[in-house]
Ligand binder design. Structure first.
Ligand SMILES: NC(=O)c1ccc[n+]([C@@H]2O[C@H](COP(=O)([O-])OP(=O)(O)OC[C@H]3O[C@@H](n4cnc5c(N)ncnc54)[C@H](O)[C@@H]3O)[C@@H](O)[C@H]2O)c1
Length: 257
């Protein structure tokens, strides 16, 4: 019960890693604000409240600073404080060699996989600084060294730099800033697709190259599970990790990213 009396904001909580993190934190006594731009988050929230977990949902677009500010204000208004922020929104939208990316696609990838974390960190900091307490866990990726997703890799490299640099400033103010870097993760088909357009045969081939390279780069020669990604996020968020800050924990079956 590591999250008893902790108010935890989880972004991108409607599905995948974020939803499993939310369920596990609720099972360990946490009070949750589940943020997503998909209304599917309402179902995840209802599931938690049905098992008596204190949980709220908040619909917002975290690719905007205004969305991040409104989310933090809502969490503080509902529960009085934010102890832990888990920045989980992200994910590559396209998979292809870099020379095939269009200008607007590159911008869209950075907006999806770097800006929500930049915005949410900025939006929560005044509150955490005022309380001289708080933990921020950023969900990065081992894909910072990988093929067919350079804009996404660049964004997650940015998340790693943000984690390390903000940790310097935040430590004297009582705040830890850490990250996990998931590797390839088995999950049910996404209800909210990262890219709603059907893949061409060429795009399927490029995607398969990612799967092959990611699997081959692990020592275990397999993808991880959602639970295997959620458990280290909970560890990093909890007081069990009280002497860890500025670190990015690779969770890629031995692929260090
Ligand atoms: N799944 C993997 O194999 C894997 C591997 C490495 C890293 N990661 C990282 O882990 C995190 C979670 O990945 P996942 O596969 O579980 O995610 P996912 O794509 O299954 O779900 C992402 C969630 O974020 C929400 N979202 C997207 N854009 C948003 C926005 N602008 N505002 C608010 N909500 C938004 C979506 O609606 C969705 O519910 C991501 O940061 C991803 O980059 C995942």
């Amino acid at each position: 019960m590591r999250f008893t009396d902790k108010v935890v904001v989880v972004t991108g909580a409607a599905q995948g890693i974020g939803a499993v993190v939310a369920r596990r934190i609720a099972a360990e006594g946490g009070t949750l604000v589940l943020a997503d731009r998909s209304e599917l988050v309402i179902e995840v929230c209802a599931e938690l409240t049905a098992s008596d977990a204190p949980a709220r949902y908040f619909l917002c677009d975290l690719e905007t600073y205004a969305g991040a500010v409104k989310l933090m204000a809502y969490a503080v208004a509902e529960f009085g404080r934010i102890d832990i922020l888990i920045n989980n929104v992200g994910g590559t939208i396209w998979t292809k060699p870099y020379e095939h990316y269009e200008e607007d696609e590159i911008e869209a990838e950075v907006r999806r996989s770097l800006f929500p974390t930049l915005w949410c960190c900025r939006a929560v900091l005044p509150h955490m600084v005022e309380r001289t307490a708080g933990v921020i866990v950023n969900v990065s990726s081992i894909a910072t060294r990988s093929i067919n997703r350079v804009p996404y890799a660049s964004s997650k490299g940015g998340v790693n730099a943000l984690t390390a640099s903000l940790a310097f400033e935040a430590a004297p103010k009582g705040i830890r800033v850490v990250a996990t870097a998931p590797g390839g993760t088995e999950a049910p088909p996404r209800k909210v697709p990262r890219n709603p357009n059907a893949q061409s045969a060429q795009e399927e081939t490029w995607y398969q190259q990612i799967v092959d390279q990611t699997t081959e780069s692990t020592l275990f020669k397999r993808y991880g599970t959602l639970e295997e990604q959620a458990a280290p996020i909970l560890f990093m968020a909890s007081d069990d990790a009280s002497y860890i800050t500025g670190a990015v924990l690779p969770v890629g079956g031995g692929d260090l990213g």
